[in-house]
Design a protein around this ligand. Structure first.
Ligand SMILES: [Zn+2]
Length: 303
């Protein structure tokens, strides 16, 4: 729901932390390096072009800045960003580049099971969730050019009401064919998968576009771009659906809530979304189990 911009990155860091929980000398830097890709600007350009074939991506070397400039063109507009080792920043943000994570990082389509958490790891998640106001954020500037989402006005020119899984939802028009493909594949398996049938029967609403600032992070949610979608079951399936609600209710150990007590879409549904370029918020350490987000560029380097 309230998409946390740096969360998928954090999740990636967390994965390494999880894998190396027995090795306390591994420092923060090494954990962050796990999400690193060592991709060059040329590698990344190939990924952008493959994932967003309707969008123009042009590369120029800027001698004055001594960095690559990427010109992104879509909807008859162009924006320029500096590569900044994968952060894609407008000129005026180059000086603040330490504030941002790079855009294309690793993503793993796997749920973290609190049954495996060490006390140290649990504490890391807790601290991360509390430091989000001041921590690094993911750089989203390039998506403003891809989706023409510089302002609320330009964004809303591309927001369309569509039918998805029997509900109506307002999404960026770019996602219309992507979600149609997700829906088609879900419908194809529903007759032979009772879990998927139940998921569809229990669906209460789908919500996507919502212009809003995230309360505690200094950047916009991908819901504000119309490229994140929440899928809500009736009465939340009588389970817990989002870490933030639990935290706000005073549960300090929200990260330890067993997986069986959290509502989850069927694995087959998560997999279809994933294969069509959508990551699922249930894989984040700060889990948001209703939330899917279109990021095909991350799937290109997933494991
Ligand atoms: Zn959401």
């Amino acid at each position: 729901m309230k998409k946390q911009p740096a969360l998928f990155l954090f999740f990636l860091c967390i994965l390494l932390a999880s894998a190396t929980a027995q090795n306390p000398e591994l420092g923060k830097q090494q954990k962050e390096d796990w999400a690193e890709t060592n991709l060059t600007v040329h590698d990344e350009l190939k990924i952008w072009k493959k994932c967003y074939p309707d969008v123009g991506f042009k590369l120029e070397w800027d001698r004055k800045v001594a960095d690559w400039k990427i010109i992104v063109s879509n909807y008859k507009k162009s924006q320029e960003y500096y590569w900044c080792k994968g952060k894609y920043l407008p000129y005026e943000e180059i000086k603040n580049q330490d504030k941002y994570y790079r855009v294309i990082t690793r993503y793993e389509n796997r749920v973290l099971d609190p049954a495996d958490f060490s006390p140290e790891f649990t504490e890391q998640i807790r601290q991360f969730s509390e430091k989000r106001k001041t921590g690094k954020v993911s750089s989203k500037f390039i998506f403003c050019a891809i989706y023409d989402d510089q302002t609320r006005l330009s964004t809303e020119q591309h927001i369309k009401k569509i039918n998805f899984l029997g509900k109506t939802v307002n999404v960026h028009e770019y996602l219309r064919p992507k979600l149609a493909q997700v829906e088609k594949r879900i419908y194809e398996i529903k007759d032979k998968d009772p879990e998927v049938q139940k998921f569809l029967a229990d669906l209460y609403s789908t919500e996507a576009y919502n212009w809003r600032q995230i309360r505690d992070v200094n950047t916009r949610s991908f819901h504000s771009y119309g490229i994140a979608i929440d899928i809500l079951p009736k009465m939340w399936g009588k389970k817990i659906i989002y870490w933030g609600f639990e935290k706000n209710n005073g549960n300090k150990d929200w990260m330890l809530i067993p997986l069986k007590d959290r509502w989850m879409p069927p694995k087959a549904v998560i997999q279809i979304f994933y294969e069509e370029g959508f990551l699922w918020g249930g894989t984040w350490a700060v889990w948001d189990n209703m939330h899917f987000e279109y990021h095909p560029e991350l799937m290109q380097i997933s494991q």
